[in-house]
Design a protein around this ligand. Structure first.
Ligand code: ADE
Length: 236
C-alpha cells in the first residue's frame, strides 16, 4: 500500500512513522508513506495556503487550490487517484473495521487540516471521506493522520510477524482483550492465574473469553450491545 500525506508539517511524521514496526515495514517495502509540504502546491509565490472565512467567523481557512494541485500531481504520478481522506472531528469515527477496509485499498491520500479547517469545495471535488479519531478536537490533522496510518499499516500482510497479533487483540472480534502475563509466576505477591499454567488449552480459551467479556462489560458495555446484535443477525 502507498499513503500520501498532505500537510503543513511534513517533518513531524518521520519520528513516528519511521520507527519501530511501521518504519521496518517501510524499509522492507511492505508499505510506502510519502509526506508532501502543502505550501509546495500553493499558487502563491510566497507559499500562502490560507485565507479568511466567507460569511465571517474567526480564524483562517486552508484554501482549496493547494490541496487540489497536490492531489492532481499525485494522480498524474500514480496514473490513478487514490481514496482521499480528510482528517476531521466532523468525520465518521475510526474503528478497527474501517481500518480493515482501508487496508484493502492500494493507496490513500490523507489531507491534514489546520486552523479552522479547509474549503468545503475541495472535499466535494475529490469525494473525500472525513475521518475522526474521536470526540475531541486537536489543533491539526497530523496526529490523527499518524494514528490512521499506523492502524491501517499494521493490518497489511507482512507488517506484523503473525496474523494472530491482531486477530487476538482488543476490538478485532468486537471484544476487548483479556489480561496477559509473563515471567515471573509471582511478582510482588501477585500470582499468575493458575489456569494459564495448566497447559489445558480448552480451559485457557474459556478463561480468556470470560475475562474478555468481563472487561468489555466494565469498560465498554456499548461494544457488548453491538456484538450481541451482530451475533443475533448472523443466526437469523
Ligand atoms: N482534527 C482535529 N481534531 C480531530 C479529530 N478528533 N479527528 C480527526 N482530525 C481532527
Amino acid at each position: 500500500m502507498r499513503m500520501d500525506i498532505f500537510t503543513l508539517f511534513p517533518e513531524v511524521f518521520s519520528p513516528v512513522l519511521g520507527s519501530s514496526i511501521i518504519g521496518k515495514a517501510r524499509r522492507r517495502g511492505f508499505l510506502q508513506i510519502c509526506c508532501h509540504q502543502l505550501r509546495d502546491f500553493s499558487p502563491d509565490r510566497r507559499g500562502r495556503v490560507d485565507d479568511t472565512v466567507f460569511g465571517g467567523g474567526k480564524g483562517m481557512l486552508l484554501s482549496a487550490e493547494p490541496f487540489a494541485r497536490g492531489l492532481d500531481a499525485l494522480e498524474e504520478h500514480l496514473g490513478a487517484m487514490p481514496k482521499v481522506i480528510y482528517l476531521s472531528p466532523r468525520g465518521k469515527v475510526l474503528s478497527q473495521q474501517m481500518a480493515r477496509e482501508l487496508a484493502a485499498l492500494p493507496g490513500l491520500a490523507l489531507l491534514c487540516g489546520h486552523y479552522e479547517g479547509v474549503d468545503q469545495r475541495v472535499l466535494d471535488e475529490y469525494g473525500a471521506q472525513e475521518v475522526s479519531i474521536g470526540d475531541y478536537v486537536l489543533t491539526g490533522g497530523e496526529l490523527p493522520a499518524m494514528i490512521l496510518a499506523d492502524t491501517v499499516s499494521r493490518m497489511l500482510p507482512g507488517v506484523l510477524s503473525s496474523e494472530a497479533c491482531f486477530t487476538e487483540e482488543s476490538h478485532y472480534a468486537g471484544l476487548l482483550e483479556y489480561p496477559q502475563y509473563t515471567r515471573p509466576e509471582v511478582w510482588r505477591g501477585r500470582a499468575v492465574p493458575p489456569v494459564l499454567l495448566s497447559g489445558h488449552h480448552g480451559n485457557i480459551s474459556a478463561w480468556r473469553r470470560a475475562e474478555s467479556l468481563a472487561i468489555t462489560k466494565k469498560n465498554r458495555p456499548d461494544l457488548l450491545v453491538y456484538t450481541a446484535k451482530k451475533e443475533t443477525q448472523s443466526v437469523e
